[in-house]
Design a protein around this ligand. Structure first.
Ligand code: DX5
Ligand code: ZN
Length: 215
């Protein structure tokens, strides 16, 4: 098994969240991907702490929390208390990224940085040693079910090359439009973690689809 699948809760059925949590618990998924949106950084509002806490109680895998919010540094402690294992902030929303990454690690979480499709990967090369996970957005953040942006492949290759050059352990996560027709190429280019919302939750057999994305 070469990579991790992180189903995105954003596409789950919130009227029956327990059912979808159990499905992920019983599946070959490695993490839960948790998308927090504030309606300011992105043109959509998702959910916050009241949804995360019961999720944490029931999930038997790490919570990979993707903050699409302005001033993410204000909420590091709150997300730690809500059960985040990996906390990812957007570079575009982080004026003092180095400080924020260190704060996340100080709170015992893995530190992630997300990059919008227009943001070049070389902006993080000087702080790679502080980053556990780089989340490359392969759609414009805000909504599930969008089409994959093809330019992502080149970004993965460039970032992977630099990670290897610097001898770092930073993981590359791809978020948005991951599907059965592109996951293989993403992994071949160097992706370590694939987020999948629509592909998993709109399929007739989500558990099987998670397994298909792995093999
Ligand atoms: C988009 C979110 C994604 C989203 C992915 O803003 O960050 O995690 O849920 O959904 P799909 O896989 O449907 O593109
Ligand atoms: Zn996400």
């Amino acid at each position: 098994m070469s990579h991790i699948i992180a189903p995105s809760i954003l596409s789950a059925d919130f009227g029956n969240l327990n059912h979808d949590i159990e499905m992920i618990n019983d599946s070959e998924a490695g993490w839960f991907h948790v998308d927090v949106m504030d309606g300011v950084f992105v043109p959509n509002i998702s959910f916050g702490f009241p949804v995360m806490k019961p999720l944490k109680n029931k999930a038997n895998k790490p919570l990979d929390v993707h903050l699409m919010i302005v001033h993410p540094e204000r909420y590091i402690e709150n997300f730690q208390q809500a059960g985040a294992d990996i906390l990812t902030v957007h570079i575009e929303a982080s004026v003092h990224l180095h400080r924020t990454l260190n704060e996340i690690r100080k709170h015992g979480m893995k530190a992630g940085v997300a990059l919008n499709p227009h943001t070049p990967v070389n902006l993080i090369f000087d702080v790679l040693s502080e980053i556990d996970l780089v989340c490359l957005m392969s759609v414009n953040p805000g909504f599930g079910g969008q089409s994959f942006i093809e330019g992502t492949y080149q970004k993965i290759q460039k970032l992977k090359e630099e990670i290897l050059k610097q001898n770092q352990k930073t993981l590359i996560e791809i978020d948005g439009g991951v599907a059965l027709n592109n996951y293989r190429k993403l992994v071949d280019c160097g992706a370590d973690v694939l987020v999948a919302g629509n592909t998993v939750f709109s399929s007739a057999n989500p558990k099987q689809t998670i397994s298909d994305l792995l093999n």
